[in-house]
Design a protein around this ligand. Structure first.
Ligand code: F6P
Length: 466
């Protein structure tokens, strides 16, 4: 183990299945994991997280030793998973932060369990702290954890990265627990967001809800005798992980042959704008019948959070929309939309990223969207990106073809534009996007977020503690 870093997140780098003695590890599919894993591999240390296993025993943990870092598992009970993960994290914070208050289901009981599980993670982390440990907590599932750790270990250095959007104060305070959540986060010394807008929204919430003065320019908050730094540093990926040779996926080739491919890769999440993408694609076909039989929307739609009713309903609606469009425009030998509803490994995704002509992202609200970066990093040949202007990555990807995801006309229009672009125009756009992805990579993110603030510094090729 190379460093004193202790990373904590809800979802770990893999899910564990099977019985003791015969455990199977499956890599977890998550934006958080694809960004944090290369960082932890580089720096070393411990990663404490839930690995998808449930138990009725309290605080039972299992340590798995890996090569580059140690993984420590937190087990949850069914009741904890329901209240903490499905109930409050994904039934309140997720929809609020993605500006969808109509999807929020408030429950005192779920919030009580969320608090309890945050305390459990804090207790478990406490047993792993050593002098000099940097504790790095991730995402909205663990917003109260900095507070609980700080209560017991007042001297502890704590960093926190919030991976989803942070909403305007008017939306954040729809829930009655906004104050506690903000106090929870302020237990950290350093708090990170993907964009300036999210950072500003957070600072405004602190100022209005907690009545604490904040410095917007410096991103500082003085709270309980401590200075807290709040930064905007968008996550970067490790490009070389996407530059390897990968095998063909034979089973989909038949439908793709000869087609111009528009690719989408999303979890089946109502924030991802899948229905809007389908509507926009249908509008394009309606307006440009000369393309019938020549283009395909290849949509990877990974099942997610299926115990939550809003997700089950959404998945059903998306499949119904696909069917409608295929029935309307398709025939026995050509269907305009092919939807793939399973999990795809990183190698398979790399294959799809290279096989496609254009990536199309129509998220209604999206913290960053790493798929856009992965698509660019995977390719040598220029590929076009059609990108929702409501994603965190839209600012970094200034030259991409932007759409308002709520406008089928705009989506249809940019699909047409992508088809009419010259090779030179595509190359120009691609080169600019590639430059961003290579420059603002994972190491850049790590160094700019943690580097100077918490005395983790980058030396050529390695990290060391000052
Ligand atoms: O930050 C959003 C996030 O929680 C990421 O961890 C990940 O990309 C995605 O949502 C996965 O969600 P879940 O862990 O609920 O499957």
């Amino acid at each position: 183990m190379k460093s004193n870093l202790l990373v904590v997140s809800n979802r770990g780098p893999f899910t564990i299945e099977g019985e003791m003695g015969n455990l199977k590890y499956r890599p977890a599919v998550s934006g958080l994991v694809s960004a944090v894993l290369p960082a932890v591999k580089k720096v070393g240390g411990i990663w404490l997280a839930w690995a998808g296993r449930l138990t009725e025993k309290t605080l039972e943990v299992q340590t798995v030793i890996k090569d580059d870092f140690n993984f420590v598992e937190v087990l949850l009970s069914r009741e904890e998973l329901k209240g903490y993960y499905e109930g409050y994290s994904n039934g309140v914070l997720w929809p609020l932060c993605h500006l969808m208050p109509e999807k929020v289901v408030l429950s005192e009981e779920n919030y009580r369990i969320y608090k309890k599980v945050n305390q459990k993670f804090a207790q478990r982390a406490g047993t792993l702290l050593k002098p000099g440990t940097l504790l790095w907590i991730h995402d909205y599932h663990l917003a109260l954890m900095p507070y609980f750790v700080r209560q017991k270990y007042s001297w502890q250095r704590i960093a926190f990265f919030w991976h989803i959007p942070f909403p305007p104060v008017e939306i954040f305070t729809i829930q009655p627990w906004a104050q506690e959540i903000l106090r929870g986060l302020l237990g950290a010394d350093l708090i990170g967001f993907h964009t300036e807008d999210y950072r500003e929204n957070f600072l405004r919430s602190v100022e209005r809800v907690l009545k604490i003065p904040v410095n917007y320019e410096w991103g500082t908050v003085y709270y309980n005798g401590r200075e807290i730094r709040v930064k905007a540093v968008p996550i970067g990926i490790e490009p070389k992980n996407f530059q390897k040779d990968v095998p063909k996926i034979e089973e989909i080739e038949q439908d793709l042959r000869g087609q111009i491919i528009f690719l989408g890769v999303e979890r089946l999440d109502y924030t991802k704008g899948l229905k809007e993408k389908i509507l926009g694609f249908a509008r394009f076909l309606e307006k440009n019948p000369e393309y019938l039989g020549k283009v395909i929307l290849l949509q990877v739609a990974v099942p997610t959070r299926e115990n939550i009713a809003a997700y089950r309903n959404y998945a059903k609606e998306v499949l119904e929309e696909v069917q409608k469009v295929n029935e309307r425009f398709g025939h026995s030998s050509w269907q305009p939309i092919k939807i793939l509803t399973r999990n795809y490994s990183q190698d398979e995704l790399i294959y799809l990223y290279r096989r496609a002509d254009t990536l199309i992202i129509t998220s209604l609200e999206d913290g960053l969207n790493l798929v856009a970066k992965e698509f660019i990093a995977s390719r040598q040949e220029p590929g076009v990106v059609i990108l929702s202007n409501r994603t965190g990555v839209a600012r970094q990807f200034g030259v991409a073809l932007k759409v308002n995801p709520y406008s089928p006309e705009e989506i249809a229009g940019q699909i047409k534009t992508s088809l009419e672009m010259s090779l030179e125009e595509k190359e120009k756009m691609f080169a600019k996007l590639k430059e961003q992805v290579l420059l603002k990579n994972n190491e850049w993110w790590l160094d700019n977020f943690l580097g100077k603030e918490l005395m983790l510094s980058v030396a050529p090729g390695k990290y060391y503690r000052k």
